[in-house]
Design a protein around this ligand. Structure first.
Ligand code: DQA
Length: 147
């Protein structure tokens, strides 16, 4: 069975109450539930994980190969803009990854315009709110099935 790891970085556990004007009112749990429904319809197994710690995310990516993960969808949150470690982990495991952001990082503060991780991903979705996770999952399934 195809297995997709959905990774969420720091502060995303606060979705629903955090800066609603930017991130909306959908909670991370609601995003997870929606993705689980879509995954079931595709007969895909999901592993959904959130951490506020860079090393945890690096570990999850590093272990993905041995855990049989076929694709990664990742919202690295603030680590997007700073983490060479997460970038190197994605590059190092050679598992296709899609980067996702709820907000349009390119239309926000300048420090958010640069992504350390996007160059090692097959693509990036930004600015579509929680729906972006759904499109990223659908895109990953289509990508993997086309291989
Ligand atoms: C974010 C955008 C990042 O710049 C920010 O640090 C986040 C969330 C997004 O989903 O829009 O925490 O990744």
């Amino acid at each position: 069975m195809t297995k997709i790891l959905i990774l969420n970085g720091p502060n995303l556990q606060l979705l629903g109450t955090r800066k609603k004007e930017v991130y909306g009112s959908t909670t991370l749990e609601e995003i997870r539930q929606n993705l689980e429904k879509i995954a079931a319809s595709f007969d895909v197994e999901l592993d959904f994980y959130q951490s506020n710690h860079e090393g945890d995310l690096v570990d999850r990516i590093g272990n993905a190969k041995t855990e049989g993960v076929d694709g990664i969808v990742i919202n690295p949150a603030a680590y997007t803009h700073t983490s060479i470690a997460i970038r190197d982990a994605i590059e190092g495991v050679s598992i296709p990854a899609i980067e996702i952001h709820l907000s349009n990082i390119h239309a926000r503060e300048e420090f958010r315009h640069r992504s350390m991780t996007a160059p090692v991903c097959i693509g990036q979705i930004a600015g579509l709110g929680p729906d972006g996770y759904e499109w990223a999952l659908r895109a990953m399934v289509k990508y993997l099935r086309s291989k």
